[in-house]
Each structure stands twice: as structure tokens, then as C-alpha cells.
Design a protein. Sequence first.
Length: 196
Amino acid sequence: MKKYLTIIIAIFFATVLHAQKIRYGVEAGINTGYLNLKGDDGIENNSTGWQGGFTALIPVGKQLALQPKMLLVQRNTRVSYARLDLKFLEVPVCLVYSKDGFTAGAGAGLVYGISAKARYKYEDESSIYSLYEPNESEITLRRAGITANVTMGYIFPNGIAVNAHFSPVLNDLQKDGYVEGIYSKTIGFSVGYYFR
């Protein structure tokens, strides 16, 4: 599992270090995370989470650029009597088109689970389980995954940026359990700053 995390970090830094005329930036924002439990009456719930991290713009043409990011992302949801709190390190890389400050693009990325907790509360009883280890909730999650990404935003002349994105995890997050599959997606909004 640590090798996935190492690969994600290495890809981000390799992409950033070998480019010229790049703009580095930081961003933070909120997201709405959806978790779909297939086969469990199609349960799909959402909850608000947060995200933040580093970004870069690497020119590859007159109006084209690669936009790698390294983000810490919280994907929350509520299912029955449980609140699921999932935290991921995500490295999306998008090819973006920009004109007059507007940007739009698409790409893919890697995701690695840092923590996944289920907090159960029913009447006066409560418990917390790690979903990366066998537990009483009968659901165990995978740490690694692949995402698709669609992004659009605006970068002001002073470097301040606003951005919206849609990011589903493409593979089944469930390693073992009683449902047919667990799938996650987020819609997020962030504010950032690109250094000159």
C-alpha cells in the first residue's frame, strides 16, 4: 500500500520538476461527496467535505497546459445509522485549455486512501470502525483507485483562481463485503492562488 502512495507522489513531482515556465499554486475548498452502495437497495447519499493542496500549470502549447494537483480530499457520506468519513490523497492530471483567464479540461488521476472510518450511532450505542481492516460492519475498502476528472475555472490576472470539478472514482472501492460494489464521486468548488 505504501508503494502506491510513493508512486503517486513520484508522478506528481516528476511532472512538475521536468517542466519549464510553470506556475505553482495552492487551493482549498469544499465538496459534496456521493457514495453509492450497489445492491443495497441502491443507497446513494451525500455529505459535505473539504479538499486542499498544491497545483501547477505546465504549458504544452499556446493555449494548452497540463494541470497536475496533489490534494488531500475528504469524501463523506451517511448510510443508514452510519457516517462514513473517507480521506484520500488524490493526484489528478488534466489537460486544460485556457483563453482570457478561463480554463476547462479533463483528465485522470490516482487516489490513495489515508483513512476510512465508519461511525455508527443507534439509540444510546455508538462505535467507530476502520474500513481498511476486517470489522463488525462487514465492509472492507480498498485503498487505491483511479479517478476521472472534469474541471473548469477562471484565473484572475492577480493570480487568484476559482475552480469547479467533478471527480468520480472509477473502480469499486469495496474489497470485501455484502454489497455488489461501492462507488464514490465528488463535485467540488475551490479558491486558489497561482504564484508568479
